[in-house]
Design a protein around this ligand. Structure first.
Ligand code: AMP
Ligand code: MN
Ligand code: MN
Ligand code: MN
Length: 302
């Protein structure tokens, strides 16, 4: 991926990367332009917008990034069904106009729309009427996800916070749970690569996999052409980070770092506060540092 880094990246200050974030195009609470503004304010130089199963926020984010002088990495977070569970695969540096990627995402969006109705029906049976309408209000015409249902249930006073909603209603063996029918791992990596991007396993420590399971996931992922592991994540503690750094090095995976920021109301994750990647990692962006094409450089080269 050839990113053109701007002048801000040529100084002595280390470049600050955040390669995982959400906007109102999926379940984040900030519009893409506002997210980019706050990221720039927080000192982030390179930001990836990675909404769930959609690239709809990218055009607005790219325009805002140009105005604010930060580098916007076009991204996506694809939902994958793997061994009956859900795994998230990030695509970084994608061409959002790729027909293969877009037709894949359209399928997932159609499934999301049906799933939202099904969650609504199931919650209704569990004695919670109007949840679909409430979730849709929070999604404001965009794709409805579980987060929108969770916001509605908190707002209506059924649960004290989002975490409680998920635990009581939206996960396996709970009344509003609908088993996923997302992309296969192979499809997700294929779509990302077709779009010229790099595939990264998002927040690997969050799945609660045994060492064997994680090894199997990584094995299949690399066989399909997957490139990286998200070592630093807003949902990883310092032990997860060292563990995943070792896993990445052992498998020869590039290391990524992202906050998974969803907006200012999530108090634990702030923009621009990510810990650094451990020293033995190869940052996924190390190959992005394409030299800036200047007139002199091309004149010398020819
Ligand atoms: P979905 O892709 O619609 O199934 O929703 C997944 C999203 O729900 C994740 O990306 C998180 O933003 C959110 N989520 C999942 N689990 C929790 C939790 N325990 N507390 C708060 N948000 C959660
Ligand atoms: Mn989310
Ligand atoms: Mn995720
Ligand atoms: Mn995410």
């Amino acid at each position: 991926m050839a990113l053109v880094y701007n002048a801000r990246m040529t100084g002595t200050k280390p470049t600050v990367h955040d390669l995982h974030s959400h906007s109102t195009a999926s379940d984040g609470s900030l519009a893409p332009a506002e997210l980019v503004r706050r990221a720039a304010e927080a000192g982030i130089d390179v930001l990836a917008l990675t909404d769930h199963d959609t690239t709809d926020g990218l055009a607005e984010a790219e325009a805002a990034a140009r105005r604010m002088g930060l580098v916007l990495v076009p991204g996506v977070e694809i939902s994958v069904t793997w061994r009956k569970g859900t795994v998230h695969i990030l695509g970084l540096g994608i061409d959002r106009k790729s027909p293969v990627l877009q037709s894949g995402l359209q399928r997932l969006q159609a499934w999301r729309a049906w799933r939202a109705e099904e969650i609504g029906r199931r919650l209704e049976k569990a004695g919670i009427p109007d949840a679909l309408a409430g979730a849709r209000r929070h999604a404001r015409g965009r794709i409805v996800g579980r987060t929108h249902f969770a916001r509605f249930l908190v707002e209506s006073g059924r649960c004290k916070d989002m975490k409680t909603v998920f635990k009581r209603y939206l996960v396996k063996n709970r009344p509003g749970h609908v088993p996923g029918q997302w992309a296969s791992l192979e499809e997700a990596v294929h779509w990302i690569r077709e779009a010229g991007g790099q595939a990264v396993i998002a927040h690997p420590a969050r799945y609660g996999f045994t060492a064997t399971r994680l090894r199997e996931l990584i094995g299949e992922f690399m066989e399909c052409g997957g490139a990286g592991l998200e070592v630093v994540s807003g949902s990883h503690d310092s032990r997860d980070i060292s563990h995943m750094a070792r896993v990445a090095s052992r498998h020869g995976l590039l290391a990524s770092a992202g906050s998974d920021y969803h907006g200012p109301e999530s108090p634990y994750i702030q923009l621009g506060r990510l810990p650094p990647l451990p020293g033995d990692c190869i940052p996924i962006w190390s190959a992005w540092n394409a030299p800036i094409e200047t007139k002199e450089a091309s004149a010398t080269a020819s």
